[in-house]
Design a protein around this ligand. Structure first.
Ligand code: NAD
Length: 358
């Protein structure tokens, strides 16, 4: 299992995306995002994606270097068109547009469409929080990435539809960043388990017959893939309380799908991608920026106070596990499984880049 330092991985992955046709600054944006996802412990949204992204550029699904354009806008709203560039490039620009509008108008609301997979959505919440703003962001796949069963349904109808709520605290290095898939787990977590050859916890998956399973290959139609019908992830809350995650996922469809030209999940879609909704609020136009940060920090301190339940020795708040993992992985390097490392090397060779040693 190779262990790679973040800096070396950033440079390597950026060269691969340049080889795929991305301008150097955009290649670096994508690479920085993926490596940061690994640093923050979300290997499912890290460099494991390189092979798929490179393939997307090769077969014309993604258009490296495409401009981000605005279909229509007002002082506080915009419909952002990514023209099928890599999603990390589109989403970062879309968030910049929403922040700019919030700065001018107090609130900025954008929907984005024609975008590749935008990766770890929390990154864009962090972008807003770092600028002093509150953000709500969510993403759908407008029908192509259906992986999640409706509560009570036995086959895939929804994508994993993540939602982010983020805001700054008094500690500039410790924003609140709730960043969660509305499925029981993000699909990439099943992919990581599949690549590592390990079982998932109970209550997260059903197989193609609608039966509970812990085998990640069941999600992909067995091993080899396609040997049986594909399974589905359950919504947050699992078999018993999945109606909550299911409702939240439908709410994401309402915001990122129905409000956007990309539309909601539906059966007749062949092209994937991430449609996005981003709402950015300037707290200074409401209760005041200082008061907001003090209030949020006070709540964080309050909920972290003991006593703790049996089996716990502390309370963490959203964004904290990611920051801790990042500190460790920046120091020790990022462990990547052999299969992911092999896939990255194969993607590198396919675009004329010499693989590096792990
Ligand atoms: P997760 O379950 O690891 O974490 C969800 C949230 O819970 C995070 O905000 C985290 O900080 C917080 N958290 C984790 N452990 C905690 C603890 N012990 N105490 C308190 N809070 C805690 O995340 P996930 O749902 O598996 O999603 C993983 C990533 O996948 C996210 O970055 C998400 O944006 C991404 N994703 C992207 C897409 C897409 O289409 N682009 C789709 C699905 C998911």
């Amino acid at each position: 299992m190779p262990t790679v330092k973040a800096e070396a991985l950033r440079a390597y992955v950026a060269r691969i995306f340049e080889g795929s046709g991305a301008p150097p600054d955009e290649a670096q944006t994508i690479s920085d995002h993926l490596v940061e996802a690994n640093l923050k412990g979300h290997d499912s949204h890290g460099v494991i994606r390189v092979e798929g992204y490179v393939l997307g550029a090769k077969n014309g699904v993604t258009t490296p270097g495409a401009p981000t354009t605005i279909d229509r806008e007002s002082a506080s709203t915009a419909v952002v068109n990514g023209n099928w560039n890599f999603g990390q490039v589109v989403a970062r620009r879309a968030m910049d547009i929403a922040i700019g509008k919030a700065r001018d108008a107090g609130v900025g609301v954008i929907v984005g469409h024609q975008s590749g997979h935008i990766g770890r959505v929390g990154a864009y919440g962090e972008q807003a929080a770092a600028a002093g703003f509150v953000a709500i962001a969510c993403v759908n796949v407008h029908g192509a990435g259906r992986l999640v069963a409706a509560h009570g349904g036995a086959e895939r109808r929804l994508s994993t539809n993540p939602i982010v709520v983020a805001g700054p605290t008094e500690d500039a290095d410790a924003p609140f960043v709730l960043d969660m898939a509305t499925s029981s787990i993000a699909e990439g977590k099943a992919r990581v388990a599949r690549n590592k050859g390990v079982q998932l916890a109970p209550g997260l998956l059903i197989d193609g017959e609608g039966r509970p399973t812990t085998e990640p290959w069941d999600l992909y139609g067995g091993n080899p893939p396609g040997s049986k019908p594909p399974g589905a992830l359950l919504p947050v809350g699992g078999a018993e309380f999945g109606y909550k995650g299911f409702g939240l996922s439908m709410a994401v469809e309402l915001l990122a799908g129905a409000l956007s030209p990309a539309g909601t999940t539906r059966p007749d879609v062949t092209r994937g991608g991430n449609a996005m909704f981003m709402l950015v609020i300037d707290p200074d136009r409401l209760g005041g920026a200082d008061a907001f940060r003090a209030s949020l920090s006070g709540m964080v301190d309050f909920v972290k106070q003991p006593p703790f339940q049996e089996g716990f020795d502390e309370v963490l708040t959203a964004g904290e596990p990611e920051r801790r993992r990042m500190a460790t992985r920046l120091r020790d390097g990022i462990d990547l499984d052999d299969e992911t490392w092999r896939q990255i090397a194969s993607a590198a060779q396919s675009v004329g880049v010499e693989p590096i040693a792990g």
